[in-house]
Design a protein around this ligand. Structure first.
Ligand SMILES: [Zn+2]
Length: 344
């Protein structure tokens, strides 16, 4: 399968293609979604695109944006016998990825690619890394060799260590729409869209939209705190040993932070979809349905104020902001820098 065969996954695939086009593919990705086979297919399409001998689609600077699915390199990858592409899977009996498997992989990661420009290592069901294996792998994840990329696949990313999650660019292949049918998100986005349509463009307008976004993040954090605190053992026992109490408090804090980060990624991703609708509206394309059809009128008003090029730049800007939030940059700073650069 090539990228073009994933018609229902245009969002994350467009993001990958834009990175390919700019020659700025990340060093470590986490692909998530409900089916591992599907994630493997998407990964194969990416790897084939990187290696394809006659790509059917090229970007502005000549980089391949899709694969032919037929040349020798593409076929080798489909048959899993390309020397520069390594796949690691849980062992069949224990269903875990062991430290030996990871050590083995790390050795080959550091070798130069033989046929391709990039070496690709794919970890299937990365949530099955046992703790030692995950720790052995962290150093490579922090400093991957320049000509190498790592792709982690998981249907259950909650089980991944936070240290791994935070070092990967995460793309969700859950199928479009599912996550953003959440009524609270829909209501918020409608307000955001109307406000964006009615604000005149300019710094003041952008600041007001930024504060709407930050308020939503605050609400999300408060809800997570309430829900997780209610589940914590701290709530269930009155007389707790101080050491144990401290441990539980630390655990609670860590799980709040992890869940918050996940939901922040989702909120920003939802906003990216809204900006994609704006972008489509600037291009007057027929035949590509908007993601949020109920917002067409406010989206249209925003689109009327900008060129397709500016709309594309907005998408790139949001992508960079997602990337920045994955690093250790302070959240408020990353969002302010990122969102105030948007054209609206
Ligand atoms: Zn090919």
């Amino acid at each position: 399968m090539a990228f073009k065969d994933f018609a229902e996954q245009t969002g994350p695939i467009e993001l990958l293609q834009r990175s390919l086009d700019r020659g700025r593919l990340g060093h470590a990705y986490l692909f998530t979604g409900p089916e591992i086979d599907h994630l493997e297919e998407v990964t194969r399409a990416l790897v084939k695109t990187l290696n394809c001998e006659s790509p059917p689609k090229r970007g502005r600077h000549g980089s391949a944006l899709d694969c032919c699915d037929a040349c020798l390199a593409c076929r080798k990858i489909d048959r899993a016998n390309h020397p520069d592409v390594r796949w690691v899977r849980p062992e069949s009996k224990s269903r875990v990825i062991t430290i030996d498997q990871m050590r083995d992989l790390m050795q080959t990661v550091n070798l130069k690619p033989t046929q391709a420009a990039l070496k690709v290592s794919v970890i299937v069901a990365a949530d099955r890394l046992n703790v030692q294996a995950a720790n052995a792998f962290l150093k490579t994840l922090e400093e991957p060799p320049a000509d190498s990329i790592l792709v982690l696949l998981s249907t259950d990313p909650q089980r991944l260590l936070e240290t791994i999650l935070s070092r990967c660019l995460r793309l969700n292949f859950a199928g479009e729409g599912g996550r953003w049918r959440d009524p609270a998100f829909r209501t918020w986005l409608q307000g955001f869209s109307q406000m964006a349509a009615s604000e005149s463009s300019g710094m003041l307008g952008r600041y007001r939209l930024l504060s709407v976004f930050l308020n939503r993040l605050n609400e999300i954090k408060e809800t997570i705190k309430r829900n997780l605190a209610a589940k914590s053992p701290l709530e269930q026992y009155d007389d707790i040993d101080p050491k144990l109490k401290e441990k539980w408090e630390d655990e609670l804090e860590a799980s709040i932070e992890a869940e918050y980060r996940r939901q922040r990624v989702d909120l920003l991703a939802g906003l990216q979809w809204w900006f994609r609708d704006v972008c489509l509206a600037t291009m007057n394309l027929d035949g590509i349905p908007p993601f949020f059809p109920e917002l067409a009128s406010s989206v249209g008003k925003v689109a009327a104020r900008m060129t397709p090029r500016e709309a594309m730049k907005n998408l790139e800007q949001l992508e960079q902001t997602q990337g920045l939030l994955n690093t250790n940059v302070q959240e408020a700073l990353a969002l302010e820098v990122g969102l105030l650069k948007l054209t609206l």
